[in-house]
Design a protein around this ligand. Structure first.
Ligand code: FES
Length: 164
């Protein structure tokens, strides 16, 4: 059994294999985004060097190439974070609709700043997020890959209070 197959769970490998079927046999690296997403999910929302190395091995890539992808895209975390990841879009359309007030409300409600995790490990506020392609619904945020639009402080309270 290779190192990759002991570090990546069966569920993670099976999900990666589904994506590998979409690409030619010698182009395994095409599945790197999904592989990292699955590896991150396996590890409560963040990637370790060990997991990235395992992904590299599984996809016949160099470790450095996998690190480059993981550090380039904002959806990957390489240090421990809270269970629910909150990204508030602060790009132009959302900014004009008051995203700064949403960020401020979250800062006050959760007692953390962007890039921090709450003491109970429940919420993580990602660093500034660029446009998430939902400009008509600004101000908006994404929590754990789900979009919430036309936000108000009251709506933010309702959404957060509804999460386990
Ligand atoms: S500017 Fe916020 S989603 Fe596009």
């Amino acid at each position: 059994m290779s190192e990759a197959t002991t570090i990546l769970t069966e569920h993670t490998r099976s999900a990666i294999d589904t994506w590998l079927k979409k690409y030619p046999e010698d182009q395994k690296q095409s599945a790197v985004l999904e592989a990292l997403r699955q590896a991150q999910h396996q590890n409560n929302g963040f990637l370790t060097a060990e997991l990235m190395d395992a992904v590299a091995l599984y996809l016949d890539m160099s470790s450095i190439a996998v690190y480059e992808v993981a550090s380039f895209y904002s959806m990957f975390e390489t240090s421990p974070v809270g269970r629910h990841s909150i990204s508030v879009c602060t790009n132009i359309s959302c900014m004009l609709m008051g995203s700064d007030k949403i960020v401020e409300h979250l800062n006050n409600k959760l007692g953390i700043k962007l890039g921090e995790t709450t003491a109970d490990n429940k919420f993580f506020m990602k660093r500034e997020e660029e446009c998430l392609a939902a400009c008509c619904g600004g101000p908006m945020m994404m929590i754990d890959h789900q979009y919430y639009e036309n936000l108000t402080p009251e709506k933010v309270d309702e959404i957060l209070d509804g999460l386990d």
